[in-house]
Design a protein around this ligand. Structure first.
Ligand SMILES: C[S@@+](CC[C@H](N)C(=O)[O-])C[C@H]1O[C@@H](n2cnc3c(N)ncnc32)[C@H](O)[C@@H]1O
Length: 225
């Protein structure tokens, strides 16, 4: 990967990452410009779509505890807080710089979007949350160069039995990296209910990346570990 300055980082750089340390390094530099230079400029609509899918599956009036997996600068949490007003949203990410931006995000009522933010590498054993969340959601993190199917199975442990996962996975990444087999295995061993899938655009019309698709999978976690 080339030596980046803030304005030269692009999607290809992010997709070419190989390790958690690569991710830490790229997002350290990208955090301050991610919202404007990446999300706004590329018409990144995925957080809004996945939040709508999530809101359509849960009781929008109850006080749900939700974990945003790979929350980055907090775009998913912000969209969710507009739809699930009474929810308590926490976030987790490997990048302290991305988390610092997420911490600054405010709800419409001027309270912080996120109640708690955790710095963690989700390829490793998870210690900050044990089967406590009603819902875990994720957009943009299960993609090329980031998290694969092992991490998806790893994060089941944060959801309470009977809680729900709503996880977006880049469609090409899904097909190339054995997500289907991992989900099937988790279903057969009764760790999760049968997953359902819907396809969403990651970027809106007019974006240079329009046409890139994600599969949003949703299922109940029956046995977190
Ligand atoms: C493309 S960003 C998506 C951020 C946010 N969800 C969004 O939609 O804007 C991917 C995020 O995954 C995080 N990430 C990458 N590898 C990770 C890992 N091993 N553990 C935890 N977070 C990771 C990155 O730090 C980054 O914030």
């Amino acid at each position: 990967m080339r030596d980046n300055n803030e304005s030269s980082i692009n999607l290809e750089d992010a997709y070419a990452l190989e390790t958690p340390d690569d991710n830490r390094n790229l997002y350290r530099t990208w955090a301050s410009t991610y919202d404007d230079d990446f999300a706004l400029r590329n018409k990144y609509v995925y957080p809004k779509s996945i939040s709508s899918i999530c809101a359509g599956l849960v009781d929008t009036t109850s006080q749900l505890s939700i974990l945003d997996i790979g929350c980055g600068t907090g775009i998913v949490g912000t969209c969710l807080s507009e739809l699930l007003i009474t929810s308590i949203i926490d976030g987790v990410d490997i990048s302290p710089e991305m988390l610092q931006v997420a911490q600054s995000k405010m709800r419409a009522d001027a309270n912080p979007v996120y109640s708690q933010l955790f710095e963690a590498d989700l390829t490793k054993s998870i210690s900050f949350a044990d089967a406590k969340y009603d819902v875990a959601i994720s957009a943009g993190t299960f993609t090329h160069g980031h998290l694969g199917p092992d991490a998806l199975i790893n994060v089941l442990s944060v959801v309470r039995p009977g809680g729900r996962m709503v996880v977006g996975i880049n469609k090409e990444h899904f097909g190339a990296n054995g997500f289907n087999a991992s989900l099937q295995q988790a279903q057969v061993s009764k760790r999760i209910s049968a997953p359902t899938f819907s396809e969403v655009q990651i970027y809106d019309e007019g974006s240079p990346h329009y046409g890139d698709l994600a599969l949003v999978t949703t299922f109940l976690v029956l046995s977190p570990t």
